[in-house]
Design a protein around this ligand. Structure first.
Ligand code: MN
Length: 208
């Protein structure tokens, strides 16, 4: 069986149906996002690294971690398209039809410790998502010492994957919400908190 974590990369199926996240994200928006936008990043990443046989054994994460060591002519493409693949796979797999779920276990404790409370974290995460100018992402990540903090990235940028573990991320590119919400990014962001898959988030938090 082909290993999807190496070249040629393949689109990973959604872990739920297209309408599973309604009403927060409708089936049309999710369908375009997954089937068209994410697919394009996968196709373009494959195109970029196709001629470089020595890179075919690397995962997306490894390509991104070592992007500065890659042949200069493909660095931008790997940043944009590799980042697009990595970010979307994490984003789609971080949501679930479980409205109103709250953080639990060790992750809940860490959120209380580092942000004051779940509500306070929501405020700060909302702020990060709304103030990311133009296309990009807002992130909850874990650094050394298990501390949590927020980041923003432009376009398909990723956190430093050598020393942080992404816990959650929200896509604030217009393609993530415009069909449904038009310019109302705040409504999309507000709804996103209700469809976070906290089980998966905690599994990532427990990673070393
Ligand atoms: Mn997107």
């Amino acid at each position: 069986m082909q290993d999807e974590n190496h070249y040629p990369f393949q689109v990973k199926a959604l872990p739920y149906t297209y309408d599973a996240l309604e009403p927060v994200i409708d089936a049309v928006t999710l369908g375009f996002h997954h089937d068209k936008h994410y697919q394009t990043y996968v196709d373009n990443l494959n195109k970029a690294i196709a001629p470089y046989l020595e890179l075919h054994k690397l995962t997306v994460k490894e390509l991104l971690m070592w992007v500065n060591e890659l042949p200069r002519e493909i660095q931008t493409s790997v940043r944009n398209n590799g980042g697009g693949v990595y970010n979307h796979e994490l984003y789609f797999s971080s949501m679930a039809r479980k409205e109103g779920q709250k953080p639990k276990g060790k992750l809940a404790e860490a959120i209380d410790r580092d942000f004051g409370s779940h509500e306070k974290w929501k405020e700060e995460m909302t702020n990060a998502a709304l103030t990311q100018f133009g296309s990009g992402w807002a992130w909850l990540v874990k650094g050394h010492g298990d501390n949590l903090y927020l980041l923003q990235s432009c376009n398909q940028g990723v956190p430093n994957l050598k020393n942080t573990i992404p816990i959650l991320l929200i896509d604030v590119w217009e393609h993530a919400y415009y069909l449904q919400y038009q310019n109302r990014r705040n409504e999309y962001v507000n709804g996103w908190f209700d469809i976070i898959d906290w089980n998966r988030a905690e599994t990532r938090y427990m990673e070393k």
